[in-house]
Design a protein around this ligand. Structure first.
Ligand code: ATP
Ligand code: MG
Length: 463
């Protein structure tokens, strides 16, 4: 204990602010506090955390901690930290001490500085760009957090903690990893040399209460009428592609739409990694797998789509179509597995088709472009385009029907479109999701199968 140095002068009780506790930052857009501007208190508190952590590592027996279970282990670490502080840093008391104790416990048992951000249910995404640059997303907006890592090694230690239990490795020779936290959150890690400035971590937090279609209507992502239309499309077994940019709400929309699938049907979901939470009783979840450290055992989404065809599925759901599985998915949709759903990363419905076409071509099938387009035009019925707007909201921007082929070109027509009319004083997007007045060709198919849409659904106001 003798060599332990506590820098009394650098931090006094009550000065720590909420730095140890994750505190909020400032909204993106207007003015971020630059990382270089972090207060001396934050630096001092970080140093204290580090020193305490080092001391606790020396004193605590990890084997004993492991046997204790989560809550008991935390209690033990907090107790040890309190004792250490009382002995060696008697000047630290009150909330500063409590925050320090909690931060050190996060360091010893959890993901260190990220823990407060992960615990906050309002935060949907956490992004570590550098030790002193950590952003998070709350209600669709980006904020710079006041939490800090000590240095690159500190980030690397936390990365190790994320990937090691999964039997994965991150180092110079494999500098990128996708992983999942215990709670289901999705993590991407990329480190130097391919991210030369700093180890970089992106966490999409797992949302326990997935948004339902009613929640989406309540946030203004779509209207009640459109929700009814989507219900008809899913129950009428149309093949639907949800298209959108990154973080635009594709998976959330897919999850919400899947609730319209009748409970009597057998659903096979294919994801990489799994995110969907279907409510039905008859669901088989399949998850792709990267190769092992020795480069063996890879199972691709394509392998899973092909396997799923032998599993008597009524519906196949591909979380995100991003590679060669596009081909098998089109085949499946064309051969009796109607009512399949998937998402694709694209900015317009037409772009979504171009992406699928590209995926099929890249997969090395020597098919003429026209043949691929014919496959697409008969397989996919509807493309739902969603987008994330600058105010943080997500909205359905277009719903397009694929109507056929004209020469070499797949023909599409928009059924619904979001029309922005302006921005209010708080920066919120104002606009309306309207029907274009075009009745889809499959409306008749609905009638025949006993699915009735409101007769004026496609009527344009004023006509
Ligand atoms: N209508 C909405 N209103 C508010 N938040 C939403 C809405 N839709 C989705 N979100 C939130 O946005 C985040 C991103 O959603 P989601 O994972 O569905 O996007 P994605 O398009 O699938 O992203 P990725 O491209 O990374 O797969 C999540 O935190 C989700 O809860
Ligand atoms: Mg997604």
């Amino acid at each position: 204990m003798g060599q332990f140095q506590w820098q009394t002068k650098r931090i006094q009780p009550g000065q720590g602010g909420s730095a140890a506790n994750g505190g909020v930052g400032n909204a993106a857009g207007s003015s971020f506090t630059r990382p270089g501007q972090m207060s001396q208190n934050v630096v001092a508190l970080n140093e204290l955390k580090f020193t305490l952590h080092q001391r606790l590592i020396e004193e605590l027996d990890p084997n004993k901690l492991e046997g204790l279970g989560k809550d008991k282990a935390r209690e033990a670490v907090e107790q040890a930290a309190r004792t250490l502080i009382a002995q060696e840093m008697p000047g630290i008391v009150g909330t500063t001490r409590d925050e320090l104790v909690s931060a050190v416990a996060d360091e010893v048992l959890g993901l260190g500085p990220l823990e407060p951000l992960l615990r906050d249910d309002g935060i949907s995404e956490v992004m570590v760009n550098a030790p002193d640059t950590i952003f998070y997303e709350k209600e669709g907006r980006l904020y710079l957090s006041s939490v800090r890592f000590r240095d690159d090694q500190h980030i690397m230690r936390i990365i190790e903690r994320i990937v090691a239990p999964l039997g994965r490795r991150v180092d110079e020779s494999s500098p990128m990893v996708d992983a999942r936290l215990m709670d289901g959150s999705r993590v991407n890690v990329i480190i130097p040399p391919v991210a030369p400035k700093s180890p970089t971590v992106t966490i999409r937090k797992f949302r326990k209460d997935k948004m339902t279609i009613n929640d989406l209507v309540a946030t203004g992502a779509l209207t009640n009428e459109l929700a009814e239309f989507f219900r008809a499309c899913v129950q009428g077994k149309l093949n639907i592609l949800i298209s959108g940019g990154t973080g635009s709400g594709k998976t959330t929309m897919l999850n919400a739409l899947s609730s319209f699938i009748p409970d009597t049907e057998r659903i096979v979901t294919i994801e990489d990694p799994t995110e969907l939470q279907l409510q039905q009783g008859h669901v088989v979840t399949l998850e792709a797998r990267p190769p092992s450290l020795e480069g063996r055992g890879e199972v691709t989404q394509r392998d899973l789509v092909r396997n799923s065809l032998r599993m008597r599925p009524d519906r196949i759901i591909v979380g995100e179509v991003r590679g060669a599985e596009a081909f098998d998915m089109l085949q499946a949709m064309n051969t009796g597995h109607e009512g399949s759903l998937g998402t694709v990363h694209a900015n317009t419905p037409r772009d979504a088709l171009a992406r699928i076409e590209n995926m099929v071509m890249m997969a090395g099938f020597e098919l003429p472009v026209k043949a691929i387009r014919e496959q697409m035009s008969s397989a996919i019925h509807v493309v739902i385009q969603i987008a994330r707007f600058p105010d943080g909201t997500r909205k359905v921007t277009t719903v397009s029907e694929i109507s056929g082929m004209e020469g070499q070109v797949v023909t599409m027509q928009d059924l619904f479109r979001f029309e922005q009319v302006g921005v209010d004083t708080d920066g919120r997007i104002m606009g309306e999701l309207r029907t274009t007045g075009i009745r889809p060709r499959f409306a008749e198919k609905f009638e025949v199968s006993g699915i009735h849409l409101p007769p004026d659904l496609f009527a344009v106001a004023g006509f």
